[in-house]
Write a protein that binds this ligand. Structure first.
Ligand code: ZN
Length: 237
């Protein structure tokens, strides 16, 4: 399991929007940085459609969300936050995005790659997954295999000096088909603190905290709440 990984591992998180890492797997990220691993984010959009207030321009929202994401990542001990600047809501898992993600993988050369499960269409009866999330997960999956590790794919990347690289493991968050459930009870409040930095997204911070605290496992009791984050973990080498 992850506790046996040599320290430090290079962990690359590729997701669609600012706040996705914290919502999907923020407590796990905090656990990994505390253990001495190096975590780098690449977010594919700046979340410039994350709101309904037309008095704020997409550019202004983008700027605010860059800053919120930096502060949230700081709470989790993340080493670097980067953006690819695709327009929010326009992600499609085409060959352009696949090439861009392949470039990231070859540049960052992660041991562990974290994204989200592209198979998740909806949650229960009330929530539909954002198409950008599915597109991001699909683009990462398709880039990992076979493009990132095969020099015949996207030869222009070799011209950029980027040699093939395959991560050892891929962890898909936001999954309905988990094969790993990490107990993150001790880091749940850290996750909530990080989420609270996404001020433009969360509304009343007290309500958010209450909502997040209600997401305990079914075997929790009021005196001893327990929290988990779930992943589909794929081991490649
Ligand atoms: Zn999102």
């Amino acid at each position: 399991m992850w506790e046996e990984w040599p320290v430090p591992q290079r962990i690359l998180v590729v997701l669609a929007h600012p706040d996705d890492p914290e919502f999907f797997c923020g407590a796990t990220i905090a656990r990994w940085t505390a253990a001495g691993h190096q975590v780098v984010y690449w977010l594919l959009t700046c979340g410039d459609k994350g709101g309904n207030d037309l008095t704020i321009s997409p550019g202004e929202l983008c700027g605010a969300r860059f800053e919120e994401q930096r502060l949230a990542a700081q709470v989790l001990g993340v080493h670097e936050v980067n953006f690819l600047n695709y327009p929010d809501g326009h992600l499609v898992p085409d060959l352009t995005l696949r090439c861009d993600v392949t470039r990231l993988i070859r540049k960052e050369r992660p041991d562990i790659l974290v994204t989200c499960d592209p198979r998740t269409l909806f949650f229960g009866e009330y929530r539909i997954n954002h198409p950008d999330h599915r597109a991001a997960g699909q683009a990462v999956l398709d880039a990992v295999f076979p493009a990132a590790g095969n020099p015949y794919y996207f030869p222009e990347l070799l011209d950029e000096g980027l040699q093939p690289h395959t991560p050892r493991e891929v962890w898909f968050s936001l999954t309905l088909d988990a094969n790993v459930q990490l107990d993150v009870t001790d880091l749940w409040e850290t996750k909530i603190r990080a989420l609270t930095e996404h001020k433009s997204q969360i509304g009343d911070p007290a309500k958010l905290a209450e909502r997040m605290r209600s997401r305990h496992t079914s075997d929790s009791s009021p005196e001893n709440p327990r929290y988990e984050e779930a992943f589909r973990r794929i081991i490649l080498t």
